[in-house]
Design a protein around this ligand. Structure first.
Ligand code: LMR
Length: 328
């Protein structure tokens, strides 16, 4: 009997000990599907993070707006309900750091390599640091390539946008100007609500990287796609600052290492996935594809390039000048 009591007491102690070491939970919320570059990289981050911390961290990834939609997830990060996100860069502008809208500027980045010179260099680092007063740590940049335009009518020239209800992903002033200069009306819409909006006719068109169009089946409800590649879409992997700074240093170092691997992977698959998405949409046969002629491309540039100058006043002439120099 005495022995049995001893065993029971020991078991209780052990189970108490185990409970005291419950894993640190990271809720990582995002709005795209699991098979996109961001979705796959978030899954890899989870696997690596849990392995490197030997289970002391559990990462719960909530894909496809299953926990929060765009704006709500930002609030959830700030109040600590979720610990990590990877919103697109343009969504950070209306959130109080307008400098991030520069990533959405039409025709600013001639190539992805030019873009990487900005994100991987001192400018990228200094921009992430601007998130800190908002209670956010910027940890990495992820990539989703250049955007194309889709609508239910052919789009060959700025005049074709007249009167269209155009989905924009946030209240970014750059996207607002882009839409208005083209003669369309911007409709700020959560990512999860784009497909239903297109289907019901509440939304006439939108610009997206192919990967987002394909994974959300937008091509089923948009008859025309124009390969404009007019602007970039990338992400910032961000965390609640109080949570991140409060982590034991060895755990934080392991998570940083997991994120380095996930970031390299994300960058390696993003173009491949976007190319595959274009092929997938072509094979589906529901959309007519169009590539602007050089003259049409020039007309788009002429209409949209003035946004760079408008933006200077808000984000600083020097910053825009140093980006223009970096990407040359
Ligand atoms: C969008 O809202 O269109 C994108 O930011 C979604 C995403 O995360 O790629």
């Amino acid at each position: 009997m005495k022995n049995q009591l001893l065993v029971a007491a020991l078991a209780a102690t052990i189970s108490f000990g185990v409970r005291a070491e419950a894993p640190i939970v990271i809720k990582f919320s995002h709005v795209v599907t699991m098979d996109t570059p961001k979705g796959q990289a978030a899954e890899l981050f989870k696997t690596k993070a849990e392995k490197l911390t030997k289970g002391r961290v559990r990462v719960e990834v909530y894909a496809n707006s299953s926990l929060y939609k765009d704006k709500d997830e930002m609030e959830a990060l700030q109040n600590g309900t979720v610990q990590m996100l990877a919103p697109s860069l343009g969504k950070l502008g209306p959130f109080g750091v307008p400098e991030f809208e520069l990533f959405e500027l039409p025709y600013l980045f001639p190539t992805k390599d030019a873009l990487y010179k900005v994100t991987d260099g001192p400018i990228g680092k200094s921009l992430l640091a601007k998130l800190e007063p908002k209670g956010i740590v910027g940890l990495a940049y992820w990539d989703n390539g250049f955007k194309v335009m889709s609508a239910n009518k052919p789009i060959h020239a700025p005049a074709d946008f007249k009167g269209l209800k155009w989905r924009v992903q946030s209240a970014s002033k750059v996207l607002d100007s882009q839409t208005r200069l083209l003669g369309a009306t911007p409709l700020v819409t959560n990512f999860a609500d784009v497909y239903p909006g297109m289907k019901s006719g509440a939304i006439d068109g939108a610009d997206n990287p192919p990967s987002n169009m394909y994974s959300m089946k937008m091509y089923e409800v948009q008859k025309y796609l124009t390969v404009t590649n007019h602007a970039y879409m990338g992400y910032a992997v961000i965390a609640n600052k109080k949570f991140w700074d409060g982590l034991p240093p060895d755990i934080r170092a392991a998570l940083e290492s997991a994120l380095r691997d996930a970031t390299a992977y994300e960058k390696a698959i993003s173009q491949v996935d976007n190319d595959r998405s274009m092929d997938g949409m072509k094979q589906a046969g529901k959309t007519t594809f169009y590539t602007p002629t050089p003259a049409e491309d020039a007309a788009f540039r002429k209409t949209l390039l003035p946004i760079q100058q408008q933006t200077e006043a808000r984000i600083g002439k020097d910053l825009l000048m140093s980006i223009n120099k970096t990407v040359k």
